[in-house]
Ligand binder design. Structure first.
Ligand code: PTJ
Length: 251
């Protein structure tokens, strides 16, 4: 029982939700450690959306809206944390939603597709093939889905596939709280923000942006700048905390 007046109520409830999903087989057990790593980095940016993340989120919306065949790739963590938010982003952009897993079983694919469908997403399913140049199971995708995509949103990715997709000349948008990860470094655009803040921010921008603003945001895209800014935000925050003796955003 987690009391609602606990100062870390939201965080504890999220962990509880992930633990239940892991027991049910929707979340990979390894997804729990991935989440813990994300939480640690979220502390470093003060559990808020930074200025550079807002710019990255608006640019992500511009890329998705301007794409010929945009795809949102969903794994276990993304489905458990943000299925309704993914459905709302799909409504705002018309992007295709496809499940792609590292710890892949047919059963998990089916369970995650059900979570997304229940949240209102239209899931692109059907026959997957081993199409991506990877030795692990993220290689499995659909020919008319991810394989044909020009722009792919990959929340909580694991690096390898991100690099492979970029080599295939696709524009890859990563959501990753760790600006030092291989994914963050390899992506065309990295959003250093927490998934459940980032996805609604992309959705809001998708409803707002006009064609000219999209073109302007895409022309100005500089991922080195965005990553450097994210690291600067973390460093500034650490310096401020060490200077004031404060331990951070919350008990
Ligand atoms: O569902 P599956 O089988 O596809 O497996 C998914 C996981 C997440 C287990 C797999 O992709 C994985 O192992 O990922 P990694 O390599 O741990 O990378 C996850 C990255 O996402 C890390 O850099 C974390 O800091 C970051 N991260 C974790 N939680 C969040 C996050 N970024 C944004 N929002 C979060 N909530």
């Amino acid at each position: 029982m987690i009391p609602p007046d606990h100062p870390r109520y939201r965080s504890l409830m999220t962990r509880e939700r992930l633990a239940v999903a892991a027991r049910e087989g929707v979340l990979a057990m390894e997804g729990l450690t991935a989440h813990g790593r994300g939480e640690a980095f979220d502390y470093l940016i003060g559990e808020r959306t930074t200025e550079s993340a807002i710019l990255a989120e608006r640019t992500a919306a511009a890329l998705i809206l301007s794409a010929r065949h945009p795809v949102i790739s969903v794994n276990g963590n993304t489905a458990v944390l943000a299925a309704p938010e993914i459905a709302a982003l799909q409504k705002a952009t018309g992007a295709l939603v496809e499940v792609n897993l590292f710890h892949r079983t047919e059963e998990r694919v089916r369970l995650i597709e059900n979570v997304l469908a229940r949240a209102g997403a239209e899931v692109f399913s059907g026959e997957a093939e081993r199409l991506l140049p990877l030795s692990h199971d993220r290689a499995w995708c659909r020919r008319d889905g991810m394989y044909a995509a020009d722009v792919i949103l990959v929340p909580l990715e694991d690096g390898d596939r991100c690099e492979a997709l970029v080599k295939m000349n696709k524009t890859v948008i990563a959501i990753d709280l760790n600006p030092l990860s291989r994914t963050a470094r390899a992506a065309s655009l990295t959003i250093v923000d927490e998934l459940t803040r980032a996805v609604p921010a992309i959705t809001r921008a998708s409803w707002e942006l006009d064609v000219d603003t999209c073109a302007e945001l895409i022309a100005r895209l500089d991922n080195h700048y965005l990553l450097a800014e994210a690291i600067r935000e973390m460093t500034t925050r650490l310096e401020a905390c060490s200077g004031s003796g404060s331990t951070g955003p919350a008990p």
